[in-house]
Design a protein around this ligand. Sequence first.
Ligand code: C5P
Length: 212
Amino acid sequence: VPDTVWTIVVAAGSGQRFGMPKQYEELGGRRLLDWALEAAKAAGDGVVLVLPAADVPAGDPSTVAGGASRSESVRHGLAAVPGDADIVCVHDAARPFASAALFEAVVDAVRAGADGAVPGVAVTDTVKVVDGTGAVVSTPERSTLRAVQTPQAFRADVLRRAHESGREGTDDAALVEAIGGRVVVVPGDPLNRKITHPDDLAWARAQIASSR
Ligand code: C5P
């Protein structure tokens, strides 16, 4: 029997760094979040969309209200994923250019036995760990670092257990790592950039214009 795959698309952020809720900004003739939704729908058996509470339409069980943090929004999404899902992907609505191949790569790595799989790319900047005063604490060896993206795929039972702790993290893999899960990195895609600042949206629009 093939695994049942569901994807949670988180779009409940307030866009604090962007300056406004960016998920509804126009990109290539549709809303930013529609890109992630379409890729997620093509990648598996179902999708749960997590939106700001005020934007959740009545009577649609596949759209749920987010929480105060990204992790809380994922937890709300997870509660709406059917119990028979074997693999759950979590994807940021803010990443319009995640390919079908990238979804396939993370899901395949979980099918192959990992608890979780995340796309990662080598970092080009040297990264420092700093304290609250800005003083450098350490410099991790750059060759050991990966900047990770979404979609991230997990065994459903492991992701549910990781979230039961109520822990907070900037991605879901961190919560799975914290309960001792084995998370692997698969090759990410430099084009799968997260739209965080207005400059990123300008870049995305230029990508689309140059591919037409
Ligand atoms: O804040 P960050 O850039 O890591 O957000 C990544 C994704 O998480 C975005 O798509 C954002 O809409 C979503 N998010 C959410 N609920 C929050 C905060 C962020 O769904 N409370």
